[in-house]
Write a protein that binds this ligand. Structure first.
Ligand SMILES: NC(=O)c1ccc[n+]([C@@H]2O[C@H](COP(=O)([O-])OP(=O)(O)OC[C@H]3O[C@@H](n4cnc5c(N)ncnc54)[C@H](OP(=O)(O)O)[C@@H]3O)[C@@H](O)[C@H]2O)c1
Length: 283
């Protein structure tokens, strides 16, 4: 792995992470795509300009994503690849084992980012798992590690162990702003990556706080929401299997929203928590 050859952020905004790497701020989500559909989506996504792909062991598509990367013909060093570990990886040794298995499934020799998908607090292995991922980064086998669906209490335990995740990937959209969670990220200097960033095409796309700027900037409502994430400093991983919508979701780098426009979208927050409670759900 040659860190100096990494060039995947060319022409796209990137967020510098604490572990010394920069992540392209828009990535291509791949859940729930499987098999040939997943492969095709990734190959077209890369042709459409995506330089960041988001997958997970639990999606059951890591092999298909790896195949899509090969078919795209892109240089590995020009692409950011994130995957996520599930429960067998919730120990120091287990994290290294499941990392090797993920690489094998994807046909890659390193990942840019490996996340603990869910904290599974009942299992009580996530701090050990973070240590295992830090070992991999220290050994130069993984570029960065992070977490997903970690609540403030989980982040605090990781922090108390002296471990610093590169980011936390959580569900954020205009109706689910998760303000307390994001304030905790800010206090701990943990960047946020938004999953389901379009709220799975939520009703808020029809709200004037979003359709207004869409008219002003000649953009679609989805583009306004993605720009809102970027202007708020968040990475976002929208999923689209449609060629046109893949391109639409990446065409958000030529304008910015005004502070009042950002505040009006923030005000759409319902205060609702994420779909799944990570103290109860996990794998
Ligand atoms: N860490 C976690 O626990 C976790 C959990 C859930 C998801 N994720 C990741 O986050 C990614 C995205 O989340 P998500 O798939 O739940 O939700 P999303 O990206 O907010 O929404 C995807 C849905 O919106 C549609 N869509 C995409 N672009 C659009 C546009 N420009 N206009 C209108 N509709 C559009 C897609 O349909 P088409 O495909 O037909 O365009 C799809 O039905 C996932 O794929 C996965 O990689 C992570």
């Amino acid at each position: 792995m040659n860190h100096t050859a990494m060039n995947h952020t060319a022409n796209q905004p990137a967020l510098e992470l604490s572990q010394g790497v920069s992540i392209p701020m828009i990535g291509l989500g791949t859940w729930p795509l499987l098999g040939e559909e997943a492969t095709d989506s990734v190959t077209r996504g890369i042709a459409n300009g995506y330089r960041h792909i988001d997958t997970a062991h639990s999606y059951g598509n890591e092999e298909a994503i790896g195949e899509g990367i090969v078919r795209s013909g892109i240089d590995r060093s020009d692409l950011w690849v994130t995957s996520k570990l599930s429960l067998p990886g919730h120990s120091r040794a287990g994290a290294a084992e499941v990392y090797a298995q993920a690489l094998e499934r994807m046909g890659l020799d390193y990942l840019d980012l490996f996340l603990i998908h869910w904290p599974n607090p009942g299992h009580d292995g996530y701090v050990e798992s973070c240590q295992g991922l830090q070992d991999l980064v220290d050994a130069g086998r993984l570029r960065a590690w992070g977490v997903s669906n970690f609540k403030p209490a989980h982040l605090d335990r990781v922090h108390a162990a002296g471990l610093r995740p590169a980011l936390n990937q959580v569900q954020v959209d205009p109706a689910h702003l998760q303000s307390a969670q994001l304030r905790h990220h800010a206090a701990r200097s943990i960047p946020t990556a938004a999953y389901s960033p379009l709220g799975r095409a939520g009703d808020f796309l029809k709200d004037p706080a979003i359709t207004g700027p869409a008219a002003t900037y000649s953009k679609t409502p989805a583009q306004i929401v993605l720009r809102w994430h970027l202007d708020s400093g968040r990475v976002a991983v929208p999923k689209s299997a449609s060629d046109a919508r893949q391109r639409e979701n990446l065409d958000v780098f030529d304008f910015t929203l005004a502070p009042a426009e950002l505040a009006a979208i923030d005000a759409l927050d319902t205060g609702a928590g994420p779909r799944l409670d990570s103290d109860e759900y996990g794998h």
